[in-house]
Write a protein that binds this ligand. Structure first.
Ligand code: AMP
Length: 396
């Protein structure tokens, strides 16, 4: 019996899922939020029950100790030795990692070196690694990189059309993100298509963050996020693609400084920025239903930006066998799927199955047999991918 814990450590949070890898079941899952504040919140789900406590958890190390002690107290494990592997989500793997890797000193040094590309994420990911290493030193540790799946992009897709020296000297290029999700979902779709030798798939990961990926024969050939997760479609609080001259104008004419501009584009833009209501798609939809014009505009822009990438990737792939919707909006909003499909159905010959779209649950096909492209809903499962890679690399 091999137990593996999948960990996603953020700057002030730590999400976890403990798997029994023999049958890939989730034994328990939870999250520690507001680490470092007086009112941190520790939530754990086990046996259908949710237990939430508010208390001060000053550091990630204390969060991990608390989590592991709770596993023992609740008899979820009888000894911490049962946990054979810890899989860590790492946001930026740069060009070093096209695959997951067992974490050793060299891997730690590379993740640390890449922090300039992911200043909020890579240091937090390492903090999570150190905390588990201290608490359960005998468990193996694996890093699963958000960027790894996109390392198959060719230079013509990842080099920006700016002076080449910025790529060679500073590593400025497209890296993409959400790779673990795009990989999981595209593999599921290939399965659902009956494992054909060749396949052309567009994955639309639409959540608080969002990205689309063109996947040819199982490999990412292009993706909408860029140097950082700010690029691509409009998101909850991120602008996605905009003309870079806007930045210069905001600095020179509006008087913002560089930090303020990047903060605004990352945290105050997207659905939130346009609607003025919320970054949460449900809230924006509710406001639009009540007649809020800016909320309607925000939703309209969001859909247009998504279909623009579907169009690009349809061309880049030379056609498309299947489109897959995933993540919070993609999995749960029948409205978003229907509107997006409506906007592309005439061009691409897609025929939606309204009943499957609106009333179905979980992983499913939502187009009719006569549709030229199959459209699927595939709930993403990044944690399972992390746990699988951890098991595989550690030979558990
Ligand atoms: P994620 O980042 O994948 O957790 O996705 C978060 C986004 O999914 C938020 O914008 C939510 O409003 C949206 N979302 C979650 N559930 C639903 C739902 N039932 N209908 C519409 N949007 C949803």
């Amino acid at each position: 019996m091999a137990k593996v814990i999948a960990v996603n450590a953020g700057s002030s949070s730590l999400k976890f899922q403990l798997f029994e890898m023999d049958d890939e079941t989730v034994i328990t899952s939870g999250v520690v939020e507001r680490i470092g504040l007086e009112d941190s919140v520790f939530t754990i789900k086990y046996n259908g029950e949710k237990d939430s406590r508010t208390l001060s958890i000053p550091t990630h190390s204390e969060a991990v100790d608390m989590l592991l002690n709770t596993l023992l107290e609740k008899n979820i494990v009888s000894s911490l030795d049962e946990i054979k592997g810890v899989g860590h989500r790492v946001v930026q793997g740069g060009t070093y990692f096209s695959e997951s890797a067992i974490i050793d000193d060299d891997v730690v040094a590379k993740i640390d070196e890449l922090k300039s590309l992911a200043p909020l994420h890579n240091p937090a990911n390492l903090t999570g690694y150190y905390a588990f290493k201290k608490a359960i030193p005998n468990a193996g540790a694996v890093a699963v990189f958000d960027t790894a799946f996109h390392q198959t992009l060719e230079p013509r897709c990842y080099v920006y059309p700016i002076p080449y020296k910025y790529y060679t000297d500073y590593g400025i290029r497209k890296y993409g993100a959400h790779g673990t999700s795009h990989k999981y979902v595209s593999q599921r779709v290939i399965d659902l298509l009956g494992n054909p030798e060749h396949s052309k798939i567009i994955v639309a990961h639409l959540g608080a963050g969002g990205s689309l990926t063109a996947v040819k024969d199982g490999k990412s050939i292009n993706t909408s996020m860029g140097f950082t997760p700010l690029a691509g479609i409009m998101m909850g609080t991120r602008s996605g693609d905009i003309d870079a001259s806007v930045i210069d104008y905001l600095i020179k004419e509006v008087g913002l400084d560089g930090n303020e501009v990047i903060n605004m584009l990352n945290k105050e833009s997207g659905l939130l920025g346009v609607s003025g209501v919320s970054s949460d798609f449900r809230d924006v939809c509710a406001a639009a239903d009540e007649g809020n014009e800016r909320a309607k505009l925000a939703i309209d822009i969001f859909f247009r930006r998504v279909i623009a990438y579907i169009g690009r990737y349809f061309i880049a792939l030379g056609g498309c066998d299947a489109i897959a919707f995933t993540a919070g909006i993609g999995e749960n909003s029948a409205f978003a799927r229907k509107e997006i499909i409506n906007l592309i159905s005439e061009a691409l010959g897609i025929v939606i199955d309204d009943d499957a779209n609106e009333n179905g649950k979980g992983e499913r096909l939502i187009t009719k047999p006569e549709s030229k492209i199959k459209v699927f809903v595939v709930p993403t499962n990044e944690e399972l991918m992390i746990a699988r890679d951890t098991k595989r690399l550690l030979n558990l």
